[in-house]
Design a protein. Sequence first.
Lengths: 197, 285
Amino acid sequence: MVRERDKDWTDDLYKKVDCYDLVDNLEQCLQCGKCVGNCPVAAITPSYNSRQIIRDILMGNMERLIRSEEIWRCFWCANCYRVCPVDIHFPFLMMELRFKALEYHYGIKYVFPFKKFALRALEEGLTFVPGTKGREKIQNLRATIDTEPWPVVSDKAKKEFKAIFDLTGTTEWIEALNEESDNPMICTYREGKIVDE
Amino acid sequence: MEYPGTENAVKEVLKILGVTVVMDPDQTCCAGYVLTCSGYLPTAPLAVTARNLALVEQKGLDTYVFCNGCFGYIRELSHILCSHPHYLEMSNQLIGRWGYKYEGTTRVFHVQELYALLKDRIAEHVVRPLTGLRVAAHYGCHYLAQQYGMVDDGDLPTFHEELFDIMGATPVFYKERRMCCGYSVGRGFTHNEELVQPHLARKFESARDERVELMTTVCPGCNVALDREQPNMIKRGLDGLNIPVIDLSQLVALALGVPIRKLGFDANTTSLDGVVKKLGIEKGS
């Protein structure tokens, strides 16, 4: 592993990562590791370690965190949050860490496939809307079970849903997503063992 | 979206149990998915949640959802709204232009909690006992991750099994029953199916070894992940795997005698024909 230098470290990184105050109590982490023991991702990816991620954030190594491929593996199952003795909301922390990574153009390849899908959702007021072919299939199915041809969302709701996204700048952000601006990431996991480079 | 039968089943079951459902066409998506996937600030999802809940508050009702994901996100986001005054102010300013105001008075519940509370009423109305059917539960993480104000313990929940028992089915406890469905990575977000398959294989292997005939979920996301992924599991060499996955509401509806046509089982990848045949139900009825 490349030796780290002083300037690689960021003071108060946890405050920078948690700039939306969604976690708040990261400093209370006891490093007990219950989160890792209950983590389904850690079970199949040995180099993914939620306890270590919290420690790295508290210690302040930003570069290592945002460049790692591991932060994109979290399933959001929140088992870590359920067992945490001090109620650290790790899924939200992971979300904010991904925000940070994207800010430095890491991991855009993971968000990019979402673009088309999100723009469609904005028009419909519904998520998980399939394309024309999928929609036809679902409509046929709905016709056989005596229900409306499509989930009812009023025009007012659609308009307001879209307006919220426009006003907060989310639409602009989604439209600007560009796969080419992505930086390469580092994964320390190869074929079932942790690689120490 | 992919299983319209679930929505139908919820409506039918609640009608039989004497609960009035108010569906509001002004509601939109809970936006939790946009929050986690777009990689953009939580402002829009917070405002969308405030708007949806303000609509319910106007009517003076409580919120019921039938998806673990929506349940988790709405709970978390409303908690953030209520505990961070600046987020509440921001959201109310955004939605105030259409005359909404979110105050945090509506409470958020999952439909499965209603089933657990109305257990006795369900028992009275069972007309199609599921005798001999080996049913396993998949609770889904986003319900159990809520540590406070739930109907059961997050570590070892049993309220689904109690419901199976009431409906005459045989509840099966399999080893990986608490395990995540892997939806967010396998299908929802990063579309890295290779990554979730070894994880799901463990879950299905333990279910298969307990001779599970049917699995229930309480979240359309889990349902998609567990149902649609099975052909891939078989391709990977997991033998003898044939576990249809349906929503708990669909199972309750089945026991309460709702016509099977209305439950939309045709949407499932893993066919339910075996289960329907075992229960002796005519397919068209």
